[in-house]
Design a protein around this ligand. Structure first.
Ligand SMILES: *[C@@H]1O[C@H](CO)[C@@H](O)[C@H](O)[C@H]1NC(C)=O
Ligand SMILES: *[C@@H]1O[C@H](CO)[C@@H](O)[C@H](O)[C@H]1NC(C)=O
Length: 364
């Protein structure tokens, strides 16, 4: 059974580099033939990202207690869900049913969308759908919607109680042609959350991610890592200094995606977050999400603790639960200073447009 959700929210995210495949010109970008299985299920790959010789701290003192640190994304996910279940207070006679999404993540890939989704899953009043959202979950036709929601396996939507908010994430909704309109027709009161990142570092992260994806999973790809164009040349033409208009650039031009949404939705239906803000203070950002979704606030400073070595927050429970990897930090490729300068200059006016749209500025 499906129920209409009154408090509708659309969490805007382009989750993974998989989105790149949708761009018409991707044939000119063999680099990005990434299978669309990225997202929640890909987490396993991070397990191999640390070499055995890395000196990871295995204990840490928080609030005077010496706790073990566990580096394993699957265990982290389990612990987040444990907290979710522990804190949820079920109302008598309430039914767990497959409901329509109240919240969709629209983007943007490599901006901390996965971390946002993971951490938010600890919230008892947020239910997250694993994997990626299907556009048909928002189809005008109710039967088509229902079919998309009830699809088997990893794409099925978990049931939720009436006071919980179902969140689904997409990898490409922000830039996907016609998606804003589809969502508007589904529900004009839908809310959205968009998480962004400084455009050039987002591009570097995207490139590094696909590079190391290919190294880890050679068999999945048509093109070997050796065949990747050098990052600098991939972003900027070396002779003319002109920025290539490829999928990496496009995913960083947030104003172009957002423009389509703002034609239909008022800005207060879109919560715009920023990667560094989230990394630097996940509690504060999650509290903004709680407020935006209008759900019972439960997230406190005790939820997460900063682990120096990782430069990121980990779940603080009976143990400290961290991602297995540094989420790409250590494997990040570097741009030549000249290329960096060209790109920074290139994005300056585009960022300005974006800041004007959202009515605030980030430290980019
Ligand atoms: C925390 O516990 C571990 C193992 O029990 C121990 O090796 C470590 O020295 C302790 N750390 C501190 C700061 O007391
Ligand atoms: C979904 O799974 C159920 C039970 O596992 C099965 O009976 C049903 O045929 C499946 N539906 C589809 C469309 O695969």
């Amino acid at each position: 059974m499906m129920k209409n959700v009154h408090q509708n929210v659309l969490l805007v995210a382009v989750m993974s580099s998989a989105v790149i495949g949708i761009f018409a010109y991707f044939s000119s970008l063999p680099v990005y033939l990434i299978p669309s299985t990225l997202g929640w299920q890909t987490s396993g790959m991070y397990k191999n990202s640390y070499s055995k010789t890395d000196k990871l701290p295995h204990t840490m003192i928080t609030n005077g207690i010496n706790k073990t640190i566990v580096y394993d994304i699957d265990i982290l996910h389990k612990e987040l869900l444990k907290i979710h279940n522990k804190l949820y207070e079920r109302k008598p006679n309430d039914q767990c049913e497959v409901r329509e999404p109240a919240c969709v993540i629209l983007g943007v890939a490599k901006s901390g969308t996965q971390e946002l989704v993971d951490f938010a899953s600890s919230h008892p009043y947020i239910v997250l759908k694993p994997g990626l959202a299907k556009p048909n979950m928002f189809a005008k036709n109710k039967d088509i919607r229902r079919k998309a929601l009830l699809r088997n396996g990893t794409s099925s939507v978990p049931c939720s109680y009436s006071d919980q908010t179902l969140v689904v994430k997409s990898d490409d909704f922000l830039f996907r042609e016609g998606m804003a309109k589809k969502l508007y027709e589904f529900n004009p009161n839908l809310k959205m959350i968009l998480i962004t990142r400084e455009p050039v570092s987002r591009m570097i992260s995207g490139y590094s991610f696909s590079y190391f994806q290919k190294k880890l999973h050679k068999e999945r790809f048509l093109y070997r890592p050796e065949m990747l164009p050098e990052m600098d040349h991939h972003f900027v033409d070396p002779s003319s200094g002109i920025v290539h208009r490829n999928a990496d650039r496009d995913l960083s031009t947030y104003h172009e995606g957002l423009k389509r949404y703002l034609k239909l939705f008022p800005l207060d239906q879109i919560l715009v977050l920023e990667s560094n803000e989230f990394k630097g203070n996940p509690v504060k950002v999650l509290q903004r999400v709680e407020k935006f979704l209008n759900i019972k606030p439960v997230i406190t400073d005790d939820f997460f603790t900063y682990v120096d070595f990782k430069g990121f927050y980990c779940l603080d429970s009976d143990k400290i639960y961290c991602y297995a990897s540094d989420r790409g930090r250590k494997v990040m490729k570097e741009l030549k200073p000249k290329t960096m300068k060209i790109l920074k200059e290139y994005f300056k006016p585009l960022n300005k447009k974006f800041f004007k749209q959202i009515g605030k500025e980030f430290d980019w």
